[in-house]
Ligand binder design. Structure first.
Ligand SMILES: Nc1ncnc2c1ncn2[C@@H]1O[C@H](COP(=O)(O)OP(=O)(O)OP(=O)(O)O)[C@@H](O)[C@H]1O
Ligand SMILES: [Mg+2]
Length: 354
């Protein structure tokens, strides 16, 4: 069991900087998710912890031990990749037991440990099968079991669920979360799926272009995004983000969008943000609305109805009741909850107080 600490870590590939200024302490037993779009540096960060990639600058510690110059096999981390990387000619039992075999654990002991771990991931009846005789989810669990048998100090999981279909992913997500709770092993988990990040993480590090933009609990990331990027990346449908200008405490956007009460705002060119569930559909003639516009689309999702209108050329989406009834082009009023409105500086992309 151990913490993982990055101190001023950077990774360059020739002239290209993939990761920079990385300062992060992952606590002992913590489930930390690295979340960000494709190419932001997630895998590179993981590979540096595993020792599969050199560090260009800074230091990485596992527990108290600096590992920059420690060979991968002496770092005591177990990695689960997106591709399961199972040995096709070995049975499930031998695949799971492989890390023990190369550590020269005696056969009887190996059988016992593999049996226990297989039970944990519900594979105890499949031990004699070959990988090709398994479903994707079962293969995924073999890869997971193979990481677990070693009881490493740290788990590194790089998009381990991305090859599974949607339903299996949700199921495996819950299993993973439970398993990590049971095993209490420090875990760094990479994904670009924000729902996966929100549901699994103790804390989420949101990465963008090689830099961590925010490190917080899922709740804070969702309710208190510190940058425009984080605000737009988390949430489905995403936060409504609309450009405009602030003057005398009033935000004015295209299509007559108007938000008052921003007295302490210090920027002129701004982006206003509000989540779909914090905007209400009201009558077009009601007092104090932010926008009156014709309905552009109505989408029933099952548990709610998404209603969209235009503010200039930008779409504003609201999450209305599942029983909402409305027609195309019907005029409606849009009203945001005043305390759920965020303001960002167009230039710096940082959040500003309102
Ligand atoms: N060996 C390499 N040589 C040169 N550039 C690399 C190398 N490995 C990664 N990169 C670049 O570094 C950046 C970060 O790559 P990385 O694989 O860490 O992204 P990622 O966040 O894991 O993305 P994805 O979600 O697509 O897996 C990318 O722009 C990538 O092209
Ligand atoms: Mg990757």
């Amino acid at each position: 069991m151990a913490s993982v600490t990055f101190k001023g870590v950077a990774k360059r590939f020739g002239g290209f900087t993939a990761v920079s200024g990385l300062n992060l302490e992952i606590r002992d037993k913590e489930f930390l998710v690295l979340l960000g779009p494709s190419g932001c540096g997630k895998t590179t960060t993981m590979r540096m912890v595993a020792g599969l990639e050199d560090v260009s600058e800074g230091e990485i510690f596992i527990g108290e031990r600096k590992v920059n110059d420690v060979l991968p096999k002496y770092r005591d981390v177990a990695m689960v990749f997106q591709s399961y990387a199972l040995y096709p000619h070995l049975t499930v039992e031998d695949n799971i037991g492989y890390p023990l075999k190369i550590r020269k654990v005696p056969k009887a002991e190996r059988r016992r440990i593999v049996g226990e771990v297989a039970k944990r991931v519900e594979l105890e009846t499949m031990l004699g099968r070959l990988p090709k005789e398994l479903s994707g989810g079962q293969r995924q669990r073999v890869a997971l079991a193979r990481a677990i048998v070693r009881t490493p100090k740290v788990f590194l999981m790089d998009e381990p669920l991305s090859n599974l279909d949607a339903k299996l992913r949700v199921q495996m997500r819950a299993e993973l979360k439970h398993l990590q709770h049971e095993l209490s092993v420090t875990t760094i988990y990479v994904t670009h799926d924000q729902i996966e990040a929100m549901t699994l993480a103790d804390r989420v590090a949101v990465m963008n272009k090689g830099v961590i933009e925010q490190l917080d609990t899922p709740k804070e990331i969702y309710n208190n995004p510190k940058t425009l990027f984080v605000a737009g990346f988390i949430g489905s449908p995403p936060m409504n983000l609309i450009e405009g200008e602030v003057k005398d405490g009033v935000f004015l956007g295209a299509g007559g969008l108007r938000v008052e009460g921003l007295k302490s705002a210090t920027v002129a060119k701004a982006v206003i943000g509000v989540r779909p569930e914090d905007v209400k559909v009201v009558g077009a003639k009601e007092q104090g609305i932010n926008l009156a516009a014709p309905i552009y689309s109505v989408e029933l999702t099952g548990e709610s109805t998404l209603v969209s209108v235009h503010a200039g050329d930008q779409l504003v989406t609201m999450r209305a009741d599942k029983n909402f009834v409305g027609d195309f082009d019907q005029m409606i009023g849009v009203r945001a909850a005043p305390d759920r409105v965020f303001l960002f500086d167009q230039q710096s992309r940082a959040r500003v107080a309102v």
